[in-house]
Design a protein around this ligand. Structure first.
Ligand code: URA
Length: 233
């Protein structure tokens, strides 16, 4: 089969969209960058796109380094969405949500069953964020924050947060781990103490950590190992 036909099938793109990926040197066959789209490949060849092995699979799992300014949805009337950053025509959607101004790890997939399971409120998947505040927290406030507090969820129902973990990095910077994902949860939790979150970035979701080599706005396929870890949660 021709290389561009295989990639068109695997990534569900037209051959016209595949050609520039090959021309840019993003495709390797057996560890060598290939720039000939009409190259013939066989089942024994290993094809990589941006370093990751491409096989024809029904489901795709993508790690995106979400920039601020993008909505975690498939469509929006006003603002760009995270799907504008990932030009793969595979019915992808974000697994969970980050606020428009939050950066960091967002997993996109078309595996509805897995996404539903991992984002279900009964499934305590720990998510760690880097949060920078405008004012310092006292030790007592940190304790109360970690033990659980009452905030309003997105439907204005009072909600008691589960135990959280705060790791102080400097006077105004924390790594915060929560297992829930209520609307604006981290911002509301700090706001309970009168502190405003001035910067928020998700660093990890369960065993999946934001790849430090991914530039803001960049994406890559999850590795086979990462996909297995995700399915084990
Ligand atoms: N908590 C927030 O307040 N915002 C996010 O984007 C994620 C968690």
């Amino acid at each position: 089969m021709r290389l561009d036909s295989f990639l068109a099938k695997a990534l569900q793109q037209s051959r016209a969209k595949i050609s520039p990926l090959i021309a840019k040197g993003l495709i390797e066959v057996n560890h060598k960058i290939v720039k000939r789209k009409d190259m013939h490949i066989s089942d024994d060849d290993e094809i990589r796109y941006m370093g990751e092995v491409v096989t024809y699979q029904a489901f795709l799992y993508i790690m995106l380094h979400k920039p601020s300014g993008y909505i975690s949805a498939t469509k929006d009337a006003k603002d760009p969405t995270v799907l504008d950053l990932v030009p793969l025509n595979r019915d992808l959607f974000p697994m969970g949500r980050l606020d428009k101004d939050t950066e960091g790890l967002l997993i996109l997939t078309n595996d509805g069953k897995l996404a539903h399971r991992l984002t279900s409120p009964n499934h305590d998947v720990p998510k760690t964020y880097l949060a920078i505040l405008d004012l310092p927290m006292t030790i007592e406030e940190e304790q109360i924050f970690q033990n659980g507090i009452d905030i309003y969820d997105g439907n204005q129902h009072l909600f008691h947060t589960k135990k959280a973990l705060l790791e102080k990095k400097d006077e105004l910077t924390y790594h915060v781990t929560i297992t829930e994902g209520k609307y604006h949860q981290i911002k509301k939790m700090f706001m309970k103490f009168g502190k405003k979150v001035t910067y928020l970035k998700r660093l990890s979701m369960g065993p999946i950590k934001l790849d430090p080599t991914l530039p803001i706005g960049g994406y890559r396929l999850l590795t086979k190992q990462e996909i297995e870890l995700l399915k084990e949660i």
